[in-house]
Structures are given as structure tokens and as C-alpha cells.
Design a protein around this ligand. Sequence first.
Ligand code: SAH
Ligand code: MG
Length: 196
Amino acid sequence: MEALLGEMESYALEHYIPILREKERHAFCRIVEEAKPHRILEIGTAIGYSALLMAMFGAEDVEVVSLERKEDRAAKAKEFICRSPYRDHITVMTGDAAELLRMLQGPFDVVFIDAAKGQYVRYFRRILPMLSARAVVLADNVLFRGYVCSDVKPPRRYKTIVKRLREYLDLVRHTPGFATELLEDGDGMAVSGRLG
Ligand code: SAH
Ligand code: MG
């Protein structure tokens, strides 16, 4: 697995694909391992790197459904996944996440949100009824280059994203029955666990 993951890291670097950062990987895997998920939903597959990590650290019978809009990326993800021992545990669906989400059914034990940064609020509202009793929702890049939790004004082109990510953090922090922790390494990951 390490050789395959290393190859994926090089591929991502070479093609400017933003996969899970080295700094986030350890905490990410530990959280998945603790949750022992049977069913995982990922929004934003890219080349399948985080999907594979989650499959590795999930329960024995883990099932990962991962959504990706770009066809070339989804194809590359399938290629990498097919070369792993988790090929029968991961399904990559190609299309816009908001559309695909309508076709899915829960329950999900872990959800990793890592696609269109402006859509996190929408995704969270959509997945809320599909979460299992002890579900954990991870959301990547919520600090967005440091702008989300600082007074520094973001460049104009990032204004909307920053505003929407703030709305996401506000939403998860105020959703009854959830506790949210913010991992500040990398680009910031929000970890929202359903209280048992
Ligand atoms: N989770 C991956 C990285 C995902 S990068 C990892 O850590 O290995 C974010 C991905 O989300 C990109 O590949 C992008 O094409 C995809 N994406 C962005 N908007 C999307 C949307 N609306 N629907 C589905 N996928 C989307
Ligand atoms: Mg990310």
C-alpha cells in the first residue's frame, strides 16, 4: 500500500491535484480508525488518495462511496483503486456531488467533505439525515489559507468562499447533538462528531 500511496502522492504533485496533506494524514487516519466505519461517504475523490486511506482504516467490511465531478480524475482514481486490495470496497461515482447526493441512501458512519468549498453548508444539510448514531463528519480546508479565522481581509476572489466556510463552521458548531473540533494543521479540518 505504501508504494501505491507514494505513487499517488507523486502523481498529485506533478498534476497539481490537492490531495490530503502530509500534515493532516496522521490525525485523519486516527479519526477514521477510531470511528471504525462500515459505510463512508466522500465528497471530492480527486485521484482516490483519501478514499484509499479511509478504506484502510475503516472496519473490515468497509464500504466507501466517493463522488467526483471531473471524469478524468474519477477515471484515474478508479485505476489506482483497482491496483489496491480495496478495489471491491470503494465505489467512485462521477458527477456533480449535489446531484449524486440525491441518489444516495444512508446510513453513513463517516463523511469526508472535500469538494466545492462554497457548497459545504449545502452538503452538510443534505447528509444530516443520512448519518448514523455515532457518525463523524470531516470537512477539509475550512481555514482556507488562514483567512477563515482571521481578521485579514481575503483577496476579492476568495471573499465568497471564506464567507461560506465561516457559515459552515457556524452551522456545525450550532447543530444540536454535535461537537466540533478544529484541526489546524494543513488547511484546517473540522471534525464534527455526533454525541452518543
Ligand atoms: N479528497 C481528495 C482530494 C479532493 S480535491 C484527497 O484528499 O485525496 C477536491 C475534488 O473535488 C476535486 O477533484 C474536484 O474536481 C472535486 N469537486 C469539486 N467540486 C465538486 C462537485 N461540485 N461535485 C463533485 N466533485 C467536485
Ligand atoms: Mg482538501
